[in-house]
Each structure stands twice: as structure tokens, then as C-alpha cells.
Design a protein around this ligand. Structure first.
Ligand code: SAJ
Length: 429
């Protein structure tokens, strides 16, 4: 197939997608409104981090198959992969989707296909995109084909998941779906499931909502366990041995631009019905405060009055440099509100994002009473307790992700606490 593609939005999804198609022999033009990003991509530099992206970008540019600029170009297929965030009042901000759609109207011709990859509230294709695309004067579904094909990839494993994950494709009619399936077959090895556009939008949003609700359940169990001296991590692990149970993991909150955002789309659409979804969102949003309160309680329990915490982990999840919606920043804010002294450290975050952030672990640990682990970075699991203990004032560790080797820290004389478990202090039952 020698189709030409135009990809609108060269971020975490658009750029890897553009590069994939280009490296499978298609001519791809990528556009982004961010001048800096376009300049960098043209110089084969990355403005986002993703495993394997650099070498694939080099290949795509060197082969001449990928060009990028600040405006769209004529093409056979347009793929829109722009942000769809929420406003401060938790309503969907569809301005990027609307503007991206408007930007291609002058370039769209008879026979073209327009695909939306951004995660959006159900009915966005029908109610937001189609009215704009009507301005082309083309007959939608007969002269211009449109579909939603939501991305499903997890940051860090994008190239593996782009190829191997099953994909959902929902066209505004059968021909739109058929053309979209044909295109993604270029590199997708997973199964492709066809539905209509609104169902595809719903599917994507409920995937992330499912995870949010399940994490909220785990967080609620963690809070209950703290009160009744049960180790929630062990309880969840054992429950998950049941063939039909898959409880997620508790933690200091839910970050990222997907799981903490998408459930709000359903709350906005049906506020009176989306009760559990709303409650789960609030439960997860309440975890940073709960975490900060636990830190204060533990310090008190240990008889420390003017305690100092060394907070490890600012990224929203392990081994990435992404801080979007990171619960860590909220934990720090609540610590400040409680009047607790703290330092913060994350080797994956190179820029200073908080006035109390240090660039060295030992500097963060200096005179600290407690190490607080908020992100399960591999480097934190490898910390030698004896070495940090030399710098610390008291030997307490609060592992909010339950990622440390408990016995290693206990053997070094630390009182080890995790979120969702109050009993793991050496000598205390
Ligand atoms: N988290 C928990 N407990 C868990 C799992 C995650 O507290 O058991 C927290 C993490 O620490 C993190 C947040 O949730 O702060 C989200 O992390 P994640 O790794 O679960 O998900 P994302 O946001 O990186 O990516 C998700 C994925 N969706 C699903 O797994 C259903 C990905 O496949 C989507 O493509 C992506 O959202 C998206 O773009 O929508």
C-alpha cells in the first residue's frame, strides 16, 4: 500500500505512530503546533522520552519517509493524536481535537480517511468532529471516511504495545472501519476488533476507568487494613490467587494523563449515574493527603516531634521522567500544609521542580528521620540501607509502593512501614 499519511500532533502517541508507519514504507508528514518540538524532530532530537524511539526516528528521517512541519499537508489519511485534557472544573477540553480537525479541512480531498486516536468522551466524533468535517463539502461516509482508533499503549513499552496489543476500530460506517483496519494492519500484529465510532470511544474510556476503580478499591482496602492491622499487600496477593480476582495495587495516588483524567469524561456525561466512578476518582485523589497524614502519624508513633522526611520519587510511575498529574507533588503540598520538614529526590527528574528537591540521594537523606518511597523506581530498590542510615537522624522507612525488600531494611535496623499496613515495626506487634 503506498498511501500518504498526515499525522496531527507529535507527542507521546503521534510521534511513535508516525515513525512506525514511516518505517513500514509509508510516506508520512507529521505536524505539530509546538515549534520547538518540530525543530527538534527535524534535527533527529527527542522532545519526549520513549524506549527505542531515538533509533526509529533516525531511521524514519534518514529514509526520507518522515517529514515534519508546523502545518498539515495533503494526504490520503489524516491521523489526529492531540491532547484531550480536563479543565479545572473536570470537564473535557476538546479544543485541541476541534482545532486539529479544523486545521485539516483545507487539505482533505474526496476519498480520504480521517482517524482520531486521542482519548475522548463518547460521541466526540459524531458531535464535535463530523460537524467540522462537513465544512469540506464532502459526503461523510461516502466521499470522506472517518473513524476512531484509540491508542492503548503504556508509556515505556509503546513500540512493543503498538504492534502486539489488540486494537479497537470504530468507523462512522463500515467502509470507514474497513479502510482503517487495512491501514493499521501495516504493523499491528494483535487482533483488530471492529465496532462503531461511539462504542470505540466508550471502550477506551472504560478501560482506564476500570483501572481507576480497581485502584480505588485497593486504596480503600489499604486504609481499612491500616486500622485492623492487616498487611493489605499480602491480602491482595493471596486474593489474586483466586482465578477470577485481579485486585490492583494501592499507592500514594493515581498519576499520568490517562487514568486520572478519562473517568471524568463519564462523570461529565452522566453525573447522576456515574456515582461509583466519581467516588473512585475522589478516593484516588485523596490518597496523597492520606499518605502525608500517615507520614505525620508514623513520626509521632516513633516519638519524633520535629521530624524530617526524605521523599523519594516525583515521577508518576516507575522508571520514567513523566510528572504529569503526579501524586508526589500533592503529597509534598500536604506535607507543607502539615508543617512537616522534608526534602525530595528523583534521579529520573533532571530539572528542579520543587524548591526542596535535591539532586543527590545522600543530600536528601541528610538529617532525615524517615525515607518515604512514593515511586517504585528500580534505583530505589537498590539503595543500600546501611549507607543512607549513616546520613539519617532516625531509621524509619515508609514504603508507599511496597517495593523495597522489607527484610533488608529491617536487618539494617530500620522500622519499616508500608501504606496499608501498620504492624511492621521490628519488635512491635
Ligand atoms: N497505579 C496504582 N496501582 C496500580 C496500577 C497503577 O496506584 O495497581 C498508579 C500508578 O502508580 C500511576 C497511575 O496509576 O500513578 C497510572 O499508571 P498506569 O501504569 O496504570 O497507566 P498509564 O496512565 O501509564 O497508562 C494507561 C494504560 N491504560 C490501562 O492500563 C487500562 C495505557 O494502556 C493507556 O494507553 C494509557 O493509560 C492511555 O493513554 O490512556
Amino acid at each position: 500500500m503506498s498511501k500518504k499519511l498526515c499525522v496531527i500532533g507529535l507527542g507521546y502517541i503521534g510521534l511513535p505512530t508516525a515513525v512506525m508507519f514511516a518505517n513500514h514504507g509509508l510516506k508520512v508528514h507529521g505536524m505539530d503546533v509546538n515549534e520547538k518540538a518540530v525543530g527538534m524532530i527535524n534535527n533527529k532530537e527527542l522532545h519526549i522520552e520513549e524506549n527505542g524511539l531515538q533509533e526509529r526516528l533516525n531511521q524514519a528521517i534518514d529514509s526520507g519517509n518522515l517529514t515534519v512541519s508546523l502545518s498539515p499537508e495533503e494526504a490520503d489519511v489524516f491521523i489526529i493524536a492531540v491532547p484531550s485534557p480536563i479543565n479545572d472544573d473536570k470537564t473535557a477540553n476538546l479544543e485541541y481535537v476541534r482545532k486539529a480537525t479544523q486545521s485539516i479541512v483545507p487539505f482533505v480531498k474526496k476519498g480520504n480517511l480521517v482517524i482520531l486516536e486521542s482519548t475522548v468522551p463518547p460521541r466526540t466524533v459524531e458531535d464535535v468532529m463530523l460537524p467540522v468535517l462537513k465544512e469540506t463539502g464532502l459526503n461523510l461516509g461516502e466521499e470522506l471516511f472517518v473513524s476512531h482508533s484509540p491508542e492503548r499503549v503504556i508509556p515505556g513499552k509503546v513500540f512493543e504495545e503498538l504492534v502486539n496489543n489488540d486494537r479497537i476500530i470504530g468507523g462512522i460506517n463500515e467502509e470507514s472501519s474497513r479502510l482503517t483496519v487495512e491501514l493499521y494492519r501495516t504493523f499491528v500484529k494483535g487482533e483488530i476488533h471492529v465496532t462503531n465510532a461511539t462504542t470505540a470511544e466508550m471502550v477506551k474510556v472504560i478501560e482506564n476507568t476500570y483501572r481507576d476503580i480497581n485502584i480505588a478499591f485497593a486504596n480503600e482496602l489499604a486504609k481499612i487494613s491500616e486500622k485492623i492491622n492487616v498487611d493489605v499487600w499480602e491480602a491482595i496477593k493471596l486474593a489474586n490467587y483466586h482465578p477470577r480476582v485481579n485486585i490492583h495495587q494501592p499507592g500514594p495516588g493515581v498519576g499520568g494523563h490517562c487514568i486520572a483524567v478519562d473517568p471524568w469524561f463519564l462523570v461529565e456525561l452522566q453525573p447522576d449515574l456515574a456515582k461509583m466512578i466519581h467516588l473512585a476518582r475522589s478516593t484516588n485523589d485523596g490518597m496523597p493527603e492520606h499518605t502525608a497524614n500517615r507520614i505525620q502519624e508514623i513520626l509521632k508513633e516513633q516519638g519524633i516531634q520535629q521530624g524530617r522526611a526524605a521523599v523519594l520519587g516525583l515521577a508518576f510511575k516507575a522508571n520514567i521522567d513523566d510528572m504529569r498529574e503526579s501524586p508526589s507533588m500533592d503529597v509534598l503540598r500536604h506535607l507543607e500544609e502539615l508543617g512537616l520538614d522534608f526534602t525530595a529526590y528523583d534521579p529520573h527528574i533532571k530539572e528542579i521542580k520543587h524548591p526542596r528537591q535535591t539532586q543527590e540521594l545522600m543530600e536528601a537523606a541528610d538529617h532525615a528521620d524517615m525515607l518515604v518511597v512514593l515511586t517504585d523506581h528500580t534505583v530505589f530498590k537498590e539503595i543500600n540501607p546501611e549507607t543512607v542510615a549513616e546520613k539519617m537522624r532516625s531509621k524509619i522507612v515508609f514504603d508507599a509502593k511496597n517495593c523495597l525488600d522489607r527484610s533488608k531494611w529491617e536487618n539494617a535496623g530500620f522500622a519499616v512501614y508500608t501504606l496499608g499496613d501498620s504492624k511492621h515495626i521490628p519488635g512491635v506487634q
